[in-house]
Design a protein around this ligand. Structure first.
Ligand SMILES: [Fe+2]
Length: 317
């Protein structure tokens, strides 16, 4: 009896494991209701898009992987070698990733804004947020057939707009312009045809009302190196507390001055980083001066600098 029971339990376990192994990819739940993006994206489009189109990519991906040695890979790893896989894997893995990202960067929340860090990068690359939107819209309009328009972060940590056909994406080793996607717009007809028919431009205008800039900003930050990797800032953070009225060696003064000329990685540039350079130089000049600042004045300058460093770290978390 005991043996029989063990066999039944083992059988159930095997069925579960087999099912799990054959269906590693699953449809993510939307973080909002199908009708939440009305009137910009209608409920019926959302429901069909998510529960039929996206679900089909996942079903087909799991089926396509059954005929190949199963690899328990995150999609992003799969894309690095997508040229080794069948077209079925390429199209359906792309379909799954692209739509998952797309849902995450949409929101019913009104008036979300890019972070200061992302705003700075947008201004540097495109001039204004409006200009970024117009460029993405233009590229989406000129995309022949089905595909996607992307805002990506390149390997030089610059923002760039690019497009891909079908379900390809910038993480795939087969595309010309690679990068880390932080914003994706689906320009397949199934994304807008029910409400907008052939008027792709109306869909591309409306979609900006439901873009989740908070999530796009989070993805942007995640694509950049950690603030700790900015060695000049770490050096400044370590040096400043050691300065006192008696410790005014040339080495310290040179180190303070060097900070001004050391390059700031573009994504860390902000009003606070500019001000920090000014304050570091002011302190170097004060220490050089024959009338050196008194201890309390020096402590105040140190505090000001350390507060700025803390603010910079905070805005780049
Ligand atoms: Fe789609």
């Amino acid at each position: 009896m005991k043996k029989k029971l063990s066999l039944i339990v083992l059988g159930i376990f095997n069925v579960c494991m087999l099912t799990w192994a054959q269906t590693p990819y699953q449809l993510p739940k939307l973080p909002y209701e199908y009708n939440s993006l009305e009137p910009h994206i209608d409920a019926q489009t959302m429901e069909i898009h998510h529960s039929k189109h996206h679900a089909a990519y996942i079903k087909n991906l799991n089926t396509a992987l059954q005929s190949q040695p199963y690899q328990n890979l995150p999609l992003t790893d799969l894309f690095k070698n997508i040229s080794n896989y069948s077209d079925a894997v390429r199209n359906n893995a792309g379909g799954h990733y692209n739509h998952s990202l797309f849902w995450s960067i949409l929101t019913p929340k009104q008036n979300t804004q890019p972070s200061i860090q992302l705003q700075n990068a947008i201004v540097k690359q495109f001039g204004t947020l409006d200009s970024l939107k117009k460029t993405m819209q233009k590229q989406a309009m000129s995309k022949f057939g089905s595909g996607w328009v992307w805002l990506i972060v390149t390997d030089k940590y610059e923002l760039k707009i690019t497009t891909t056909s079908n379900q390809d994406n910038p993480l795939m080793n087969i595309v010309e312009q690679k990068g880390t996607p932080i914003l994706a717009i689906d320009v397949w007809e199934h994304a807008y045809h029910l409400k907008y028919q052939n008027k792709r431009v109306d869909y591309l205008t409306a979609i900006w009302n439901v873009i989740n800039w908070e999530e796009v900003s989070r993805l942007y930050r995640a694509s950049l190196p950690a603030i700790e990797n900015w060695t000049a800032l770490t050096a400044a953070k370590n040096l400043v507390p050691t300065i006192n009225a008696k410790n005014t060696s040339n080495v310290t003064i040179v180190a303070l001055k060097t900070f001004e000329t050391s390059p700031t990685p573009v994504f860390f540039e902000s009003d606070n980083t500019k001000l920090l350079k000014v304050k570091m130089t002011e302190m170097a000049l004060a220490l050089e001066n024959k009338n050196k600042p008194k201890a309390d004045k020096l402590e105040l300058m140190k505090k000001e600098i350390l507060d700025l460093i803390s603010k910079i770290e905070q805005e780049n978390k």
